[in-house]
Design a protein around this ligand. Structure first.
Ligand code: ASP
Length: 345
């Protein structure tokens, strides 16, 4: 029964959804079960992965390190006020605070993370600094902000007029439990489910890169679930949940309802499955199926997607619901693909 997977044939995505030059938007094509391996290569979640990959590719194509590539890549959506699920312009928590989560990991197994950080538009760079300049892995809240300010990061107001207006609109009904959007089942018929105020409720950028030397790194950054409880932390800054890699095997990252990813230590699971010989897509599928099998009634109504890249440069993705897009960039392409879909579609 769980094998009822069909790929959707997405033939058109409105260029207006992408903040990039039309020429750079590659065709949306069907995801293949096992991609051809290549390096260097960078992959990342969602439509905004296209411009993010372009920035990462600049580093990779000039022989740069995967770690520098993923940091440069995810800084693009972090800085974009029109992306309301990552960095500057992210939707706030239910009390109106924009709190950001991010983590980064390198080929040596070093990692750094910040959670619930406010007022800093590039949490990924703070996470990198935690990794490189402290003996710790994770800083949270005020401590993370203090560390960032002490290291020269600028304090900013991250709540844009648009996100504030959307939050105020949400306050009119203020459902205590935030609802995660599920992507439209027919992606080619345009936009994912929208919340009041026309916003996406979630969508993290997770990025994985393999550089010319064959080394892997990954980064993950988000404003998390919109209108979450103040203090809520999702999977994205948790090493093993939102991001994990082992330079001998490969890397994985996730998006969607972070609580379910944490409960299943999702990205670590994907990497361990690849260690056992699973292809990236098969590993992502197995991790998704664990979530579905444990909680079928909950899983039916949520989205979780995994994206993976192995040491050979093969990649794959899988999600509970149809509509999880991811971007792949190597010397031949910068494509937007749609992940395999599950039992529920
Ligand atoms: N995983 C993120 C979180 O739970 C949200 C998302 O990627 O959609 O905070």
């Amino acid at each position: 029964m769980f094998d009822r997977r069909k790929f959707i044939k997405a033939t058109a995505i409105s260029a207006s959804l992408l903040v990039v030059d039309k020429k750079s938007i590659a065709s949306v094509i069907q995801s293949s079960k096992v991609s051809a391996g290549t390096k260097p290569i960078v992959i990342s979640t969602w439509d905004f992965g296209i411009p993010a990959n372009q920035a990462a590719w600049k580093v990779l194509s000039s022989g740069g390190r995967a770690l520098d590539a993923v940091e440069a890549g995810v800084r693009v959506p972090e800085a974009d006020p029109n992306i309301q699920t990552v960095g500057y312009g992210g939707l706030p928590d239910r009390d109106g605070h924009v709190t950001l989560d991010a983590c980064i990991m390198d080929e040596f197994g070093n990692c750094g993370s910040v959670a619930g950080i406010e007022h800093i538009s590039h949490p990924i760079s703070v996470a990198r600094l935690v990794m490189e300049k402290t003996p710790h892995v994770m800083l949270v809240g005020d401590g993370a902000l203090q560390f960032a300010l002490e290291n020269g990061f600028k304090r900013e107001n991250l709540l844009t007029k648009k996100s504030e207006a959307d939050w105020r609109e949400w306050l009119k009904t203020a459902k205590y439990a935030p609802v995660m959007n599920i992507e439209n089942k027919s992606y080619d018929k345009v936009a994912p489910t929208k919340l009041p105020g026309n916003q996406y409720n979630h969508d993290t950028i997770g990025m994985l890169a393999l550089d010319a030397k064959g080394n892997l790194s990954g980064a993950c950054t988000t404003s998390g679930m919109a209108y979450k409880l103040h203090g809520r932390v999702g999977d994205s800054p948790i090493i093993g949940a939102g991001l994990y890699l082992d330079n001998e095997i490969g890397g994985a990252t996730s998006t969607g309802v972070g609580e379910e990813v944490i409960r299943n230590v999702g990205s670590f699971l994907v990497v361990e499955l690849m260690r056992q010989g699973y292809t990236p897509e098969a590993a992502c599928k197995e991790a998704v199926m664990r979530i579905i099998k444990k909680k079928p009634d909950i899983a039916k109504n949520i989205q979780v997607g995994f994206l993976a890249l192995n040491k050979k440069g093969e990649y794959g993705a899988y999600a509970i619901q149809t509509g999880f897009s991811y971007a792949v960039c190597d010397e031949k392409k910068n494509d937007l693909l749609i992940a395999g879909k599950s039992y529920y579609n």
